[in-house]
Design a protein around this ligand. Sequence first.
Ligand SMILES: *Cc1c(COP(=O)(O)O)cnc(C)c1O
Length: 346
Amino acid sequence: MHDFVDLRSDTLTQPTPEMREAMARAEVGDDVWGEDPTVQRLEALSAERLGKAAGLFVTSGTQGNLISVLTHTRPGQEVVVDYDSHVFNNEVAGAPIIGQVQMRPTKTERGFLTPEQVRDAIRPANIHVPPTGLVCIENTHNRHGGTCCTPEETAAVAAVAHEAGVPVHLDGARLFNAAVALGRPAADFARPVDSVTFCVSKGLSAPVGSVICGSAEFIERARRWRKLLGGGMRQVGVLAAAGIVALERMVERLAEDHANARRLGEGLAKLPGLRVDLASVQTNIVILRVERGAAATAELVAGCAARKVKVHAMGPAAMRCVTHKDVDAEDISRALQAFRELTSRW
Ligand SMILES: *Cc1c(COP(=O)(O)O)cnc(C)c1O
C-alpha cells in the first residue's frame, strides 16, 4: 500500500533499491568513445533478448523511434503507420520535421495494421507519389489500451512489407508486456522485423532509457544519428546499470501488473456510467469511457485525487489507468473504492 495510488502511467515507477545500488557501483567510461562497459553489457543483453545482432542505448523511446526512422528512410519517403500510433500522435512530428518523411496513417481495429492494409498502403512505383520507406508497428498498443499482437501476426505484416522491399520497425515501448501476456519470448516478436525499440523506463522501472536492436550494420548507422540528435552520452553506464537490472529482474513480474489491470478493469466495468472494453485489457492498461461526458470525467479525476488516487484523463470522456510495480493489489482495491463512491449516485 502506498500513500497515493498513482495510475497515471508506468513511466512514474521509481527505480528499485537494487537498481540504485547497481547504479552506484557501475563501472563506467566515455560511451561516445565506445568505452563504457556497462552500456555495452546492456546493449549486448538487449540484443540477445530480442534475438538481434546489436543494440544501442538511447535517451528515450521517442528518440529510439526517431533514430530508427532516420536510419531506415531517406527524405521524401513515406512511413506507413497506424492512425493511433505513438509515433504519429505523440512524438512531436519528429520524423516529418527531422527526417523529412511523410506519415501515412491508416485506421485499425485494435491498433494493428492487417497485411491487406499494409499492402494497400505501400505505394506503387509512380512519378507522382512518395515512395514507401518504412512500415512502423506498435506492440503493445498504447492508445488502444495495451493490446497485443502475436509474433505470427507481426510476421504476416512484415512479410508483405518485405515482399515490396520495405523494412519494418517495431515500436515495442512495452514489448515485454506483450511477451509476458502471451507467454512468448520477446525475440519471437522481434524476429520478423528489421529493428525494434523497447523502453526500460516504463513497467520495467528503470529511471531512464530505451534500447534499439537490429543488425550490426543498422546499429552502426543508428549510432551516427544518435550523435547528430545530441544523444551521445558520456559515463552513461550509471543509467545503463539500472537497465540491466530492469531486464534481468523486472520482466517476469509484469504478470502482476496485468493481473491488477484485469481486476481493475473488471471492477470498473461493473460501475454505473463507466464502460470498459474488457477484451482490450490484455496487459497493464485500462481505458475507461465515461458515458456522462467531459464534465463528469473531470469530476471523476478530481474526486479520485481527493481520495489519493491519481488517474489521467484521455480526451474529453475517457481515462487511462496504468498498473505498474508501485501499485499493489491493495491499491487496486482503494482505487475501485474511490470510483465506487464517486459513481454511487449516478
Ligand atoms: C512511451 C512510448 C513511447 C516513447 O517513449 P518515451 O521514453 O516516453 O519517449 C513510444 N511508443 C510507445 C508506444 C510508448 O508508449
